[in-house]
Design a protein around this ligand. Structure first.
Ligand code: BES
Ligand code: ZN
Length: 457
């Protein structure tokens, strides 16, 4: 057996314990009170990188730190260079009451480790670090130089990473970026993700009276901001499931017949999918399959809606304000800025003069598409096949990793997305988990990938 693989198998239990330690940090980037936890988490990660033999820096940014860790360089090395990206920040765990065990206390059950961040994304990049440890500790020569860039702000749109990449662009110049932060369509079905959706976040707040009012005394004379908001939001999607905003679809590239054929080959059973999601019936844009709808078509979603009295019992008021957090998922060739402008213009038009509208445009990211037939994509597919002992599929996915197009712009490097998450890993949901068989497969992927990629670089 190859010594790297042997080492990975021998140390599996410790690697699971390491992941357990890593997920204990409540590194919730969206919540300012967790800033010290992000710092502590980054410090732990940097220490782990140093221990395994990487030349490591904990780099401050205006937000949360970036962990930068490099394999030992040979002087004057002409070896190919790859960047491995990941994020140590996690999504908020709320609602707590739906967790079977506390989100930041790792729980092993069957072949899974349950905790917020286990699969998105701590387990996935730790697998790559473990694979590098196996190379270094067995004295197996890596065929390339690697730099790990692990940030703490992915889940809030990576506001400081592009600046960091600009500042370090010379040392980070590389042949390709590798990211394991996406999913697989099913267990034992590895995938190369060659497309991601982009995103634009928008907050809309409608303000009416200067304070909550008695709805009996004043109702009928002043507008109700909550109702006005509902009426505005209800117009954002039409009956056919399309985003109802002028200009929104102008730059959308339609799916090619080749892509539609590829997506049609992916496993999908409507009944199982419906049951898995717990919905009475599916919804979506007419004329597209479920895979097409959730990976290659743009959408509008309401992520949060707040107004009025939320406590027990009733309270008869006209709330002073109502607000909604929206995100739009974008597909090639939609761009976040022009889309944000057309959304803003349309929202202004829809809001009645009886309320004041504040529109805040939040983070944004461009959609991504890679040529799935490029030599690097084919090399990655070979590594996936070795690691999982299964033929991988090609995939476009609906989630977003905004920094991917910045890697292209700033470092001139394309990204290979080799996801290890399962559909039921509950990313962003209660009871997130990571499958430990996939953790092991991810390490084998880290073992197989570098010789394949170095050979074509
Ligand atoms: N790991 C996800 C992205 C992802 C998941 C891509 C599954 C494809 C399939 C990442 O951590 C994430 O959640 N990104 C955010 C980005 C946003 C906050 C800017 C997303 O997609 O909502
Ligand atoms: Zn995420």
């Amino acid at each position: 057996m190859n010594p790297v693989l042997e080492y990975l198998a021998q140390h599996h239990e410790r690697f699971v314990r390491d992941l357990g330690d890593y997920v204990r940090f409540p590194s919730i980037s969206a919540q300012p009170q967790h800033k010290p936890d992000l710092q502590a988490c980054a410090t732990w990660l940097a220490e782990r990188c140093r221990q395994l033999g990487l030349d490591t820096e904990l780099c401050p940014t205006p937000g949360h730190p970036v962990v930068l860790a490099r394999t030992p360089r040979q002087p004057g090395s002409q070896r190919p260079h790859f960047v491995v990206y990941g994020h140590y920040d996690v999504q908020p765990p709320e609602p707590f009451e739906l967790w079977t065990s506390p989100p930041f206390e790792p729980r092993l059950s069957g072949s899974s480790l349950f905790a917020r961040g286990a699969s998105d994304n701590k387990g996935q990049h730790l697998a790559h670090l473990n694979a590098v440890e196996a190379y270094l500790h067995t004295g197996t020569e890596l065929p390339c130089d690697l730099t790990f860039v692990i940030e703490g702000e992915e889940e809030v749109g990576s506001p400081n990473l592009a600046g960091f990449l600009e500042a370090r662009r010379t040392e980070l110049r590389c042949h390709h970026v590798v990211i394991s932060d996406t999913g697989m369509p099913a267990r034992d079905l590895p995938a190369l993700t060659y497309g991601l959706r982009g995103i634009v976040a928008v907050e809309l707040k409608l303000t009416g009276p200067s304070r909550d009012l008695h709805s009996g005394i004043f109702g009928g004379t002043v507008d109700n901001p909550a109702l006005a908001l509902c009426q505005v939001l209800a117009q954002l999607r039409d009956r056919r499931g399309r985003v109802n905003i002028p200009g929104f679809y102008d730059d959308v590239v339609s799916l090619s017949p080749y892509e539609r054929r590829q997506l049609a080959r992916l496993p999908y059973q409507e009944r199982a999918y419906t049951k898995f999601l717990g919905v009475p019936q599916l919804a979506g844009e007419a004329g597209y399959t479920a895979w097409e709808q959730r990976s290659a078509r743009p959408t509008v979603e309401i992520n949060g809606l707040t107004s009025g009295y939320q406590g027990e019992g009733s309270k008869t008021i006209i709330p002073a304000w109502a607000s909604a957090k929206l995100t739009f998922r974008l597909v090639p060739n939609q761009k976040p800025r022009p889309i944000a402008r057309c959304v803003q213009r349309h929202l202004r038009k829809l809001c009645p003069p009886t309320v004041r509208a504040d529109i805040h445009i939040g983070h944004g990211g461009e959609p991504y598409l890679l040529d799935p037939r490029s030599p690097a994509a084919r090399a990655a597919l070979r590594a996936l096949a070795k690691a999982f002992d299964r033929e991988p599929v090609l995939l476009r996915e609906g989630g977003s990793i905004p920094i991917v197009t910045e890697f292209q712009r700033i470092l001139g490097a394309e990204t290979l997305l080799l996801g290890l998450a399962l559909p039921d890993d509950n990313a962003h949901s209660p009871n997130e988990k990571f499958d430990l068989d996939n953790y092991a497969a991810g390490m084998r992927l880290g073992a197989a990938l570098w010789p394949e990629l170095a050979a074509i670089a």
